[in-house]
Design a binder for this molecule. Sequence first.
Ligand SMILES: C[S@@+](CC[C@H](N)C(=O)[O-])C[C@H]1O[C@@H](n2cnc3c(N)ncnc32)[C@H](O)[C@@H]1O
Length: 267
Amino acid sequence: MPDHDNAQPHGHASHAQPHPHGTAPGGEDTNEAIWKSDIGVTFWKATAADRERRRAGHRVLLAELLPFGTDEAFTFVDLGAGTGAAARTIMDHFPAARAILADYSEQMMAQGAVELTPYAGRYEYVEFNLAHGGAWPAGVPSEVDAVVTSLAVHHLNDDRKRELFGEIRDHLVPGGWFLNYDPVATPDPVVQAAWHRVEDRRDPSAAAKRGHRSPEEQLRWENHTRYMVPLDSQVAYLRAAGFEGVDVYWRELDYAIYGGRRPATSA
Ligand SMILES: C[S@@+](CC[C@H](N)C(=O)[O-])C[C@H]1O[C@@H](n2cnc3c(N)ncnc32)[C@H](O)[C@@H]1O
């Protein structure tokens, strides 16, 4: 999961066409099986150093976008937190911040507990399957100051993305921010070719890797792209959910940070 979280060894911009409405074209949804397997998490750990180097600056921007003073105390939720990469960056940036890390993978949370040792007392993991609607787990306070998510929302189908954005809005204090750092798809083959061009300049073996995935890499790839949709629709879902200040705050090729805040004078 490389450039593409759980996808292939060194891919960057090799997205499949988005599936209409984010639904799988008859394929099994293997997301849960991958994230809850030891082998999936071992792969995640093995590729972490390379990925973290590239992603670190993007996660710093997530922190910088939050409207808190450096020493301010606040509580935020990291949805699909995995081993806590985004939450750790935010806690580094704001020494008085407290994190609720939500994920459904026992394996990722176990590894996260190791990586979060220096943050003991400042965070809690909560088991949460984001794919299911309904009440959020009791471990998440009914109102939090901010919600972030990093490389996770693309694992949810579009109906669930839409619904989740509404739930996030309802869990934010008035004026509370939501930021999502995630890969996106394109329906335009010219855009996709441009993404591949950059990928191939950065990694001369990328084209060969795209064309010759092992069965395991192919499975990861399909899991990675199954529900990935263009950025515009996701930004529209956010507006429809009632967020204000909605914008794409950063983008490079097929990765973006977008978000907005619950209106300060909330209905
Ligand atoms: C690519 S990893 C990203 C982890 C972390 N946010 C980061 O940026 O490094 C995706 C994470 O989303 C979690 N995830 C995927 N689908 C989920 C779901 N339906 N409910 C909860 N967590 C989910 C996985 O267990 C995994 O930890």
